[in-house]
Write a protein that binds this ligand. Structure first.
Ligand code: HEM
Length: 488
């Protein structure tokens, strides 16, 4: 008994000694507890934690478990690291949970190097070829918005939660690019898939994911982490089935979508030794585009609806501007932005304020380096604090409140702000930025053109903190839609 107690005390003292020696050589930050570091604070209230970081300076360190992690809290230092030293700061950690559930490398969590570069470049080109740059994606979004509005108005006057409709509508855009087709809102198996996707985003970002990454051997035991794996398999099966269909009808001279283009590329690169175009990477890249391209935009749309219900004056002003410029019926296009400055500013402000990826995605250093005089070994985790940049008091008129004036000049014209950073920056910058901007502007403008949104009468005040994991999602809510043509 005594020996055990003695052992524990020495372990504890060693840990204190380890922490003290690490802390003396790393950037300042909140005091870590022995063994768990800052994890308790990180999980207790993620947003409070993220907002506290800039108090320690432009660069601070936190301890998630035993691991020392760097957080970058200003635009200046983020440019220094992610842009000027892009090759050093664009790695991704090897995350045990992701290794366990995926086989291919794909894009989002692929380590910096040949495979990531090939897959990312190919995806970017294909996204462009199948719509971006041409008018077709805009038209597709406008058409989808038309279906969405029709579907929403089926619930006219009744409180309902539009989560499924938003996810289905947004997903249809990326689906038409990668699979060549959209899915009807009453398609049950697609609805199940979207639900699965949503659950996995939440589960992986929750304590379940973190615990798995700390003690991966729990994979041999039952528990909620098994569901994450089953869900990932369901997505894989769904994609594989579509790939099989595509193989049967493929015309190598006329690729219809991303899958066709990928199959053609696989054949083209077959003889190359360093080709990374194989079935596992096809599934992973496709599932990356599908996942990254769905919940992000759909989630932002939900926040947007909440802000519109909370700020009926903003909603009214947008609607008036849209109807003045487009009337009730003409679908919006991206060129209309110039004539819709208030609406444009509102869409930007929704994205700034929704701040759906508060700490960005984690990067790692690919080699030993120095930043602001601190030595960072290869493999150091680095988080870009997007929240700090998008609420920087020096650069925003209204950093902590929802206010479209953040993007308007004195003349009421739209004005860009370089501290708007929802898509991050550098070689890892969001690959879907152009697509997401198109989706957000056209969906929002269409939704505000045709429908008025309000809280159900007597609804209790809504908690706008949301649930925060890697992604910040709104809590469930109900809205009441009224068709604008019948509402004065
Ligand atoms: C990566 C934000 C929509 C595809 C990212 C990152 C952020 C982000 C912050 C991490 C960048 C970094 O590592 O520093 C958003 C937001 C969106 C959105 C706020 C919508 C409102 C989309 C869409 C697509 C997409 C529609 C679909 C094509 C990706 C991919 C990556 C990524 C593939 C990984 C890039 C890489 O690691 O090289 N996104 N995104 N995103 N996003 Fe988006």
């Amino acid at each position: 008994g005594l020996a055990l107690l003695g052992g524990l005390i020495s372990l504890f003292l060693l840990e204190i000694f380890r922490l003290n020696s690490i802390r003396s050589s790393c950037p300042p930050g909140p005091k870590p507890l022995p063994f768990v570091g800052n994890l308790p604070d990180f999980f207790r209230d993620r947003m409070a934690f993220v907002k506290l970081m800039p108090k320690y300076g432009e660069m601070c360190s936190i301890h998630l478990g035993k691991k020392q992690t760097i957080v970058l809290n200003s635009m200046q230092i983020l440019k220094e690291a992610f842009v000027q030293n892009g090759a050093i700061f664009s790695g991704r950690p090897s995350v045990p949970l992701l290794h366990w559930i995926h086989r291919g490398k794909g894009i989002v969590m692929a380590s910096y190097g040949h495979s990531w570069r090939q897959q990312r470049r190919f995806a970017l080109h294909t996204l462009r070829d199948f719509g971006l740059g041409k008018k077709t994606v805009e038209e597709r979004v406008a058409e989808e918005a038309h279906y969405l509005i029709k579907e929403m108005l089926k619930q006219e006057g009744k409180p309902f939660y539009p989560i499924h409709l938003f996810m289905n509508a947004v997903s249809n855009i990326i689906c038409s690019i990668i699979f060549g087709d959209r899915f009807d809102y009453d398609n049950k198996s697609f609805a199940t898939l979207l639900e699965i996707l949503n659950k996995n985003v939440l589960l992986s970002g929750s304590a379940v994911g973190q615990i798995f990454n700390l003690v991966p051997f729990i994979k041999y035991f039952p528990g909620p982490h098994q569901r994450i794996r089953e869900n990932a398999s369901a997505l894989r099966e769904f994609i594989l089935e579509i790939v099989e269909e595509h193989k049967k009808t493929l015309d190598p001279d006329n690729p219809r979508d991303f899958i066709d283009a990928y199959l053609i590329e696989m054949t083209k690169q077959e003889s190359k030794e360093d080709s990374t175009f194989h079935v596992e990477n096809m599934i992973k890249s496709t599932s990356d585009l599908f996942s990254a391209g769905t919940e992000t935009t759909a989630n932002t749309l939900r926040w947007g609806l909440i802000y519109m219900m909370n700020h009926p004056d903003v909603q009214e002003r947008c609607h008036e501007e849209i109807v003045r410029v487009l009337g009730f019926d003409r679908p919006p296009c991206m060129d209309d932005r110039a004539r819709l400055p208030y609406t444009c500013a509102t869409v930007y402000e929704i994205q700034r304020y929704a701040n759906i990826i508060p700490l960005g995605l984690v990067h790692i250093t690919t080699e030993p380096t120095q930043l602001r005089g601190y030595h960072l070994p290869a493999g150091t985790d680095v988080w870009p604090n997007l929240t700090a940049v998008m609420t920087d008091k020096e650069h925003w008129k209204y950093p902590d409140t929802f206010n479209p004036e953040n993007f308007l000049d004195e003349k009421g014209q739209f004005c860009k702000n370089d501290y708007f950073l929802p898509f991050s920056l550098g070689p890892r910058v969001c690959l879907g930025e152009t697509l997401a901007r198109t989706e957000l502007f056209i969906f929002f403008t269409s939704l505000l053109q045709r429908i008025k949104y309000s809280w159900p009468p007597g609804a209790p005040p809504y908690n706008t903190e949301g649930i925060v994991g890697v992604i910040r999602s709104p809590l469930p809510f109900n809205t009441i839609c009224l068709s604008r043509e019948t509402t004065p």
